[in-house]
Design a protein around this ligand. Sequence first.
Ligand SMILES: [Zn+2]
Length: 647
Amino acid sequence: MRRFPVPVFCLNLFLACLFATSATAQKKPIEIVADLSEAPRKVYHAEVDLPVSGGPLTLTTPQWIPGNHRPTGPVSDITGVVFTIDGKPIEWRRDDVNFYEFHVNIPEGATTLHAHLDCIVTARLSQKMAVLEWEKLLLYPAHTPVRDIPIQPSLKVPAGWGVGTALQPEGAGGWPVPAAGSTTRFAATNVEQLEDSPIITGQNFHEFALAPTITPKHYIDVVSDEPEDSNLRPSVLAELGNLVREADAEYASHHYNVYHFLLTLSDVAGGEGLEHGQSSDNGVGEKGFADDAHQLGESDLLSHEFTHSWNGKYRRPVGLYQPDFATVQQGALLWVYEGMTHYLGNVLAARSGLKSQAQYRDMLAMSAADLDYKPGRDWRPTEDTAVAASVLRGGNPAWSNWRRGQDYYQEGELLWLDADTLIRTKTNNKKSLDDFERIFLAKGGNTGPLIVTYTFDELVQDLNQVMPYDWAGFLHDRIDKIHMRADLAGIEQGGYKLVYKDKPSKSERTLAGVSGRRGGGGLECWYSLGLRIGADGAIFDVRWNGPADKARLAPGQKVLAVNGQIFSSDALKQAIRDAKGNTQAIRLIVQADTWVSDAEIDYHEGERYPMLERVEGTPAYLDDISKPLTTPEKAPVPDKKDADSDQ
Ligand SMILES: [Zn+2]
């Protein structure tokens, strides 16, 4: 049993130590009532009472949302704003430069300003459920550290809807949040913590306690569009219990008073994965965890967002922490914040059984191959994908392989695997990155929600505590420098090599078979022809300098015919097979806008799909890394996915 909470905390270890508990708790809090009773009509309402005194006042809504790494504050959707004092309207004016700010003049003697506002919400809700990320309704004094602004939240939801959140229900015994047709009040907190404490609510609601032997308490709250989906399978619950225990063993600390995985299952509400200190907002399709095939596509989502409670929320790169939600966040260290989380999230998913070790290897192969065949790495170092993160998120797939995307996730995974296997190799497997995590993420012992910032130099110091090495050189080389090839050293030190076979791995076939993935059932021919193509022949992307690029194909075109036949994925696959080992080009008819033309792809190496192949006689550190650290509390349920890859 872990002691909780451990108040001992060594301040001088850190560059900044920002207790979430507010020194200004005596100040009168803002009171906010979030009204989600009209969520099915895509509008949320808020009534906000702000303590004020006479004179000019600037209020603001959040701009830079933590975890989004870009300015996604919902100011354009905030509407119906009315300020009143004692029922009398007060005029307001938007700031001419910062459009998130509202200026009002408070008459002398007034003590409370009332604000009404609505927010138009078009994502993360359906007729049966809704998600509230509080930034949609927050209004608070500008130019003040948000952790110093006390706030008392309340919530209204449609009658009969259950509520999942890490917010502490006021005066109640804890969770689940009592079912209420009226208003639920939560314990007072501060604006920084409230923004970090989302709510899911829905007609079909289940809350499950996880890993009861671990302190503090962990829950998963689930809402779904269809009644049967929120009642998660026993195997999934057992694996999530394993995940909690594996994280406890890996990180040797926690930085929350309670943890709630919040999960929405809906085909209309859209996907999400957003970390918070004491919870995570996870959105997948209606059947995302209904069977093993769907689960594989989501297998690292919960472990990734959970890991962020330590790496990203507790330990935050100094440039990514701002005392308000208005200052620009700087992403230079996102290859730690996201990249290391991507690595650990996949490792923990394998250790907890959310995917098998074979599936872990198959998916690592797919990710490594994607990076190794990314021509944009010839001009753009990984660090630049992090620095420019806020302009790279989303974006059109056209030529994205030449532009690069938020590659610091996948590059970070290979980098930290390289570091892990390097430590294991040099210490004969006596030490590993696990030891680093227990230093870097557990400093200060157990805490409540807390943000402790770090710099590159601290990272290097902590790595040196595990194993003296030129870690600064190691990291700079992989992050700042141009490398034409991906960092495959971790896979090789782990006892495997990346190879290409003429049929996809079992995991790749499973993922391709799940509806809605991979461009609607198109053919994977990225490592052969250099095309990302849908089942209808639409070209999403063309690999820069690849065979299709040399044939002058371009994103946005559509392949109408292959070797004299109407286009289909099977016809294209057959054409790749027929051209193998000879000199006959693959003949296409291609539509570009309203024009049609011929194209010939000169490619003869057959189908190519990435896979990891064991190098016999070398230490299999990759297998050690993906093995559980703990004994599962329950025996694995025998519906599982030990269906290994084809090797
Ligand atoms: Zn993340």
